[in-house]
Design a protein around this ligand. Structure first.
Ligand SMILES: Cc1cc2nc3c(=O)[nH]c(=O)nc-3n(C[C@H](O)[C@H](O)[C@H](O)COP(=O)(O)OP(=O)(O)OC[C@H]3O[C@@H](n4cnc5c(N)ncnc54)[C@H](O)[C@@H]3O)c2cc1C
Length: 440
């Protein structure tokens, strides 16, 4: 029986593995940790805009995880007071209890015919010409396959963490214990690519301006106010903290201050992710603790309030089928496939990689999604070298759509019309149920 081996069980790898199994191939999912879902244990808010509509029509395996997570929703986007009718995140955007993401992953895999290997770190690959024959685990085990998916994410570039950060939420993936990031494609000799351009697109390290605080460690009045607000509570930052010059507070004067440091002007917000909350600020712990309500704040991110994510935007170079350049049978999923970071984008990038790995394992040609679809356009346009300014991502702040989607005609102010158009495009391209077809 043809076999697909997926390395990394974050949302990208889960989606790839389930979708490959749906095509009827034997599927093995390898994960170095003892839990599934990767960074979903930190993320907390999930929404993929109309991309979810397309995924539903195409029958992507990611839907199983999406649906399982829904059960642990702590609030829905449309319940928020500033929700606007017709916002394209639709009914499918929600925050969830992050401690349940591992459980949701197991639920998604239940009955999906995927063999899971936990505590299995891929450290090398065995190759013949431009084909991978096997991945090699740290205990020497070789796991052979006909096609492979690299879904190892991008957490754990130790040199960057040590050089720029002081630890961050991605340490949950245990990079310092298990060793530096080891991706399948770089082991197979294909160098990563980094986008060029402005700060957010550039290949340097990026700091995410939020941190995680244990919900029960903030003052009762603040917790109560957050609960009452349901999800997004606008905290009024006392005047003396606004626009602080943090350069004196920055602990490492030899390193540049990240551009996102400090509070923005105006109110900040907290989000209830149960059992912790995201504090959208990027300030040292002792400053946050001087602010009303945060006096006893307990940081869930390893060290301080500086940043909850330190990462470099980089990914494997692939074509639009997500096949890694120069390799016959390796595909990239999730953050390894494109320089994106969100669950809603990693899901479809997993579906396509898993489906195409199954196709190649069965001796078929991989497919690309046409650019008349949102997913096809996204995959094509965000390829390194031609990302349009500011995006595209599937959603902007507060669920707004980035302008590029409007310009392309994918969305308007009439969500009913948009969804009809999505259906028409998917039908026209013969993609309805494509990921559900058994190919073996
Ligand atoms: C603090 C934080 C907050 C975020 N908030 C949000 C949010 O609110 N909404 C949102 O949509 N997104 C959010 N994101 C981004 C989102 O979580 C990620 O983009 C997404 O989960 C990445 O999925 P992935 O599968 O590509 O990679 P990962 O989740 O990184 O998964 C990679 C997996 O591969 C495993 N692995 C790595 N190397 C090996 C190896 N050599 N052998 C075996 N296994 C290996 C890892 O252990 C891991 O399980 C957030 C991220 C962080 C860090």
């Amino acid at each position: 029986m043809a076999r697909v081996v997926v390395v990394g069980a974050g949302v990208g790898g889960l989606s790839a593995a389930i979708t490959a199994a749906q095509a009827g191939v034997e599927t093995i999912l390898i994960e170095r940790n003892d839990f599934l879902s990767g960074l979903c244990v930190w993320s907390g808010h999930h929404g993929g805009g109309y991309a979810i509509e397309e995924t539903q029509l195409m029958g992507g395996g990611s839907l199983r995880f999406h649906d399982a997570l829904k059960k642990y929703a702590t609030y829905w986007q449309h319940e928020l007071s500033d929700w606007k009718e017709g916002v394209w995140e639709g009914d499918e955007a929600f925050a969830y209890d992050v401690l349940k993401s591992d459980e949701a992953a197991w639920e998604a895999l239940s009955g999906a015919r995927v063999k899971v290997m936990l505590r299995s770190q891929m450290v090398d690959v065995a190759m013949k010409g431009n084909r991978l024959e096997a991945v090699v685990l740290s205990n020497g085990t070789r796991v052979a396959g006909d096609a492979f998916v690299d879904a190892t994410g991008r957490a754990g570039f130790r040199a960057w963490c040590e050089g720029w950060g002081q630890g961050c939420g991605m340490c949950i993936l245990k990079c310092p214990i298990y060793g530096d990031c080891t991706s399948v494609s770089t082991k197979a000799g294909v160098a990563d690519v980094r986008p060029q351009g402005g700060h957010r697109q550039a290949g340097g390290p990026r700091f995410f301006q939020a941190t995680m605080v244990l919900q029960d460690s903030v003052a009762p009045w603040l917790l109560e106010a957050c609960m009452e607000a349901k999800a997004r509570y606008f905290y009024h930052v006392p005047q003396e903290f606004l626009n602080m010059d943090l350069s004196r507070e920055w602990l490492h004067p030899d390193r540049p201050l990240p551009a996102e440091a400090g509070f923005y002007e105006g109110p900040e917000f907290l989000i209830n992710y149960c059992p912790w909350m995201k504090v959208h600020a990027n300030v040292p712990a002792h400053i946050l603790r001087r602010m009303p309500g945060f006096e006893d704040a307990f940081f869930v991110t390893p060290l301080t309030g500086d940043a909850n994510t330190v990462f470099i935007k980089r990914s494997a170079p692939t074509d639009d089928t997500l096949r890694v350049d120069g390799l016959a049978n390796l595909f990239a999923a999730g953050e390894r496939a494109r320089t994106v970071s969100s669950m809603g984008t990693c899901m479809p990038l997993g579906d396509l990689a898993g489906h195409n790995a199954a196709r190649v394992a069965l001796g078929r040609e991989p497919v690309a999604l046409p650019t008349s679809t949102i997913l096809g356009y996204f995959i094509n346009v965000i390829r390194i070298g031609n990302p349009p300014a500011g995006g595209p991502r599937f959603t902007g702040p507060k669920g707004e759509s980035p302008p590029v989607w409007r310009e392309k005609g994918f969305i308007s102010d009439d969500s009913g019309k948009d969804i009809k158009r999505i259906r028409q495009e998917v039908e026209k391209a013969n993609l309805v149920g494509i990921y559900q077809q058994r190919l073996a």
